[in-house]
Ligand binder design. Structure first.
Ligand SMILES: [Zn+2]
Length: 163
């Protein structure tokens, strides 16, 4: 039995000498006892959160796609406001999300019709739009005047799932 040199000890991973248990670097052979304490590995620790975010955004962790969930959305008209002198309409749509996911960035189409005849379509994107799971979110769209149009149907083209 040899007397321990330090009070609380462990053994160096490299040279198997007895070293203080709190030592991050071996006093004998200079080996770092934890890979993350070695300054040579600091680079990877700085980079890895960015890699994580990058992979997250590209959907490596199972990204939900809107076409698989479009049946979970119900759209109705909440109100129509006619802007005086311009005949432009501000149409507020009520969008009900029956899925278990939060969605954002709506990419949409407004189809203006006269009876069943298609008159015109307009497209738009609202990046700030968000809807919580099993909730309702409103979307107001400025629809320019088109002669004869009497119905304005909103169709969701795409949404992005939000985690
Ligand atoms: Zn050592």
């Amino acid at each position: 039995m040899t007397e321990p040199v330090f009070e609380n000890t462990k053994y160096c991973k490299a040279c198997i000498q007895e070293i203080p248990s709190e030592a991050t670097k071996c006093p004998y052979c200079q080996t770092y006892q934890h890979w993350y304490k070695n300054p040579q590995n600091y680079g990877i620790m700085v980079v890895w959160p960015f890699l994580f975010i990058m992979f997250w955004n590209t959907g490596v962790f199972g990204n939900e796609k809107f076409p698989d969930y479009q049946d979970d959305f119900a759209v109705s008209i909440e109100k129509i406001v006619l802007i005086q002198n311009t005949k432009t309409r501000l149409i507020t749509y009520k969008i009900k999300n029956n899925s278990d996911y939060k969605w954002r960035s709506i990419n949409y189409l407004v189809i203006s019709k006269k009876e069943d005849e298609l008159i015109t379509t307009i497209t738009g994107i609202d990046y700030s739009w968000v809807v919580q799971p099993h909730a309702i979110s409103l979307l107001t769209v400025k629809v320019p005047y088109v002669r004869g149009a009497n119905s304005w149907q909103l169709k969701i083209k795409d949404l992005t799932v939000d985690r």
